[in-house]
Design a protein around this ligand. Structure first.
Ligand code: GRF
Length: 178
């Protein structure tokens, strides 16, 4: 099983995954992303939609990239774009995402702060299969996190859960299929 991780930003989930599992390919839509520096033994590739005539062409380039690297499973880890049809069709049911809330609550950006501001007792982490929506798609696992304390403390607790949960789930998915 060959794993690719797509990340747009800081890459802390990528780092946690790479500690537990071999990562064959890291892709970022931002050439400056720290994620591209974290797993030197992987193939690290970056291009952005702005380099293409259309979003579909960008998606087709992504589909070609995962084929070229014989990728079996794609883990989105802070990848800030919707996945389009070309990539979904290339790896049906083999693209997963992690989101810092108990979906369907608080999809989209800034989910930890929005949950905190809403005054809910608990928020959490969701790992789910990806479809064409924003943070939709069948849930694989969820873990709740209490919102007690400050926002910073909550962010730390949520990220701790992410870094523990995501490698574990990916490992299971890779073992199931090997
Ligand atoms: C994580 O909270 C993840 O759940 C969300 O984006 C954040 C990415 O953080 N989708 P990092 O880049 O892995 O540090």
């Amino acid at each position: 099983m060959r794993l690719a991780v797509f990340a747009s930003g800081h890459g802390s989930n990528l780092a946690a995954i790479a500690q537990e599992l071999p990562v064959s390919l890291v892709f970022s839509d931002d050439p400056q992303s720290r994620a591209l520096t974290l797993v030197p033994e992987a193939q690290n590739v970056s291009f952005s939609p702005g380099q293409f005539a259309s979003r579909v062409e960008y998606e087709e380039a992504l589909a070609a990239l995962v084929k070229e690297h014989s990728i079996d499973l794609v883990a989105l880890a802070g990848y800030m774009r919707i996945i389009g049809k070309p990539l979904l069709a290339t790896l049906p049911g083999r693209i997963v995402n992690i989101h810092p809330s108990l979906l369907p609550h608080f999809p989209g950006k800034d989910s930890i702060r929005r949950a905190y501001d809403a005054g809910v007792d608990q928020t959490g982490v969701t790992v789910h299969f990806v479809d064409e929506g924003v943070d939709t798609g069948p849930v694989i696992i969820q873990e709740a996190v209490s919102t007690k304390g400050t926002l910073n403390e909550l962010e730390e607790r949520v990220h701790e859960v992410e870094h523990r949960l995501y490698p574990k789930v990916l490992k299971q998915l890779m073992e199931e299929d090997s």
